[in-house]
Each structure stands twice: as structure tokens, then as C-alpha cells.
Design a protein around this ligand. Sequence first.
Ligand code: PLP
Length: 410
Amino acid sequence: MDYAKYLSAALDAVRREGRYRVFADLKRTRGAFPEARHFADGDTRDITVWCSNDYLGMGQNPKVTAAMHEAIDLVGAGSGGTRNISGTSHYHVELEAELADLHGKEGALLFTSAYVANDATLATLVKLLPGCVVVSDEKNHASMIEGIRHGGGPKQIFRHNDVADLEEKLKALPLGTPKIIAFESVYSMDGHIAPISAICDLADKYGAMTYLDEVHAVGLYGPRGGGIAERDGVMHRIDVINGTLAKGFGVMGGYIAGSRVLCDAIRSYAAGFIFTTSLAPAIAAGALASIRHLKSSSVERERHQERAKTLKARLIDAGLPVIEGSSHIVPVTVGDPVHCKRLTDTLLTHYGIYAQPINYPTVPKGTERIRLTPSPQHTDAQMDRLVTALTELWAACPVSVGHFGRLAAE
Ligand code: PLP
């Protein structure tokens, strides 16, 4: 059997569609984010990153890096096992207490990523709640979709952020049927924000649990960085909050926060929690320092919002097709995978600007885009260079692939 033939054919299909992914080989420069060194074709050069999800630059915060160094010096590199078998360190215990406090919940549970947290928690809830139906926003992240699928129960999909459609779906289910409304607060590819309060009203009316992914909001919104639910004063109405330690908090790992019994049940049943080595203590220590800092400092959040608003306004003024939204994410529509890739290649090679093309399956085909994520550290000068580069590229050739090819070769 020629196994490689099938794998090569699958790769060729992706290449033909123009969405074969190429990693950017980078070394970020601590103290100078968003500047980084780019390695390509045996050469290296300085570039500016415009698509990092280290939204606040906490990955270079001195309190965070000091906490990580200190933990390594005190307890070494790895955790030594799963949480049940020697892998629970005092850092994990402190971090879970900090997260429970951040979200005003009785408990929190750590996972190695928010992807695993979504997958493991949703699958386990569906299995533990007899006959449970998940009612899920159509734009939910792949990790929630996988979790719902692994649960093996029935599901209903409601139109994105459409409260009327959600109500239709809930109304059609018997009142006594266990239901989970699964949704996100900030949808990361469009920058839309969910009507959390209205969704909670429906959850109350129809007796549903609420499961909210705040991955693109924790650290970034709310007076203490608790997310959009905290900002909107509705955190207490959410049954399960899912978050990441990798984006706003700048480190790595994921978690859920909820009632004591809920965290205990997931801890006791979820394979994605039980059968994997816990986060390295240094990672937990860094995340702990980051959360503590952002609970009391709003400087980063305020500057972050200002940078995002300024960039959006400047791109709109320049006539570029920015997808409207009130979050910190700045998507610019391209609408074709080949064009999108050429455009971002040209940005990198010609202008020293790194923005990853966003293609299918991350977004639907025909809606390919550049997704810009300005951080508090992006300067006016860096923004000038980005706006000039994009304006030049769009003016030179709004749709023609060929021209970008020529520019790149210049
Ligand atoms: N949820 C959403 C909405 C995401 O966009 C992502 C992407 O990274 C995740 C969950 C997974 O988070 P993590 O990177 O911590 O696995």
C-alpha cells in the first residue's frame, strides 16, 4: 500500500486551493514586542508582528518572566505527572484559586489549553446530563464543536448572535430536557461580541445552562480582566466560563470556572483532564503573575482599546474593507485564498510586516482575510508603516494576484 500517495494527494488538494499553510519562523524580541527576527531561506531579518494573540504583550512583562524564572529555579522544569499522579503543584492550586476569584466562581480547573478545556468539558457535560441537548452558536470555535461531537448527544445550531433564533431552538425542546447554550463572548475572526445578557435571559426562561468561551476576552475586558461577562455585569449568570492563559495573559494553558460540583465532576470524569501531564509549574507561575497584575492594572487594557480603535479608524479612512465590530480585533476582508496569501507574503518580504493570511477552515471560503491585532506596544510609527503598506497594495491592485507577485520579486 502506498500510504504516502494518499497523504500527498491530500496536501496537493490544499495547495490547489491556495490555502497550504506555511509557518513563519520567528524569534520574538523580549522587551521589544512586536518586533521579532524572521528566519527564511537561510537568512534572518527584523520584522514587525501584527497578528499575535499575545494581545497585551504580557509574554514579555517583567513580573511574568521573573515568576517563571523563579519557579524553574525553585522546583525545576516539568510537573512530573498528571494532576492525579504527582502532577499537582502548589502553583496549580494557587492558580485555580486565582481564576475562581477572577470569575466570581466557587472553583476553577486547569487544562493544558483552552482547546482541551472546551473539548473535555463539553463532551463530559453532555455525557453526565441525561438526554442533554447543546444549543450552539453557528460560529463557535472548533474546540467547542469537537467537544459537542465527542459528547455524542443531540445538538441544535442557532444563527450567529441571533437571540430570536436561539429562542426558537430552545422553545422547540421540552422544558424538562437538559440544555446547554454554548457560545463565545468575542468571536475572534470577525471581532463580534455576543449579547450575553439577552442569552442569559433565555437560559433562565427555558431552564438552560450557559457555557461561555471567553478565550479572546479574559485579561482584556472588565475592571479586573474577567472578560466581557464581567464588563457587562453578568458573570454571575454564566454557569461555565472557559478561558485561556495564552492570549490576554501571555503564557499558555486553559481552564474552566464554575461551581464546586461542576469542577469536581469534570475533574473526576473528563479524559482530557485525567490522562495528561499537568502544566509545567513555571507556566502556572507565569500565568498567576499575569492574572494578578491585570486584576489591578487597567493601563494595558485602556491602551489596547485605544490602539485598536485608532487602527480601525485609520484603515477605514484609507478606504480599506475593515469588518466592523466593537472588539479589539481588526479583520480586513480579502475574499480569496490565493490573493490573501500573496498579499501577506508581499507584506512580509517587501515591507517587513507579518500578518498571517486567514483562510478556510478557520473562516468560510470566500471570506479570507487579514486579521490584525494591535497591542498596547504597537507605536504610531509602526501603525503608519502598516497603513501605508496596505494602502499601497490595495491601490496597486485590489484583486489581481499577479501584481503582488511582481511587487514581491522587486
Ligand atoms: N476558544 C476559542 C474561541 C479560540 O479562538 C481558541 C484559539 O486559540 C481556543 C478556544 C483555544 O485556546 P488555546 O489556544 O488556549 O487552546
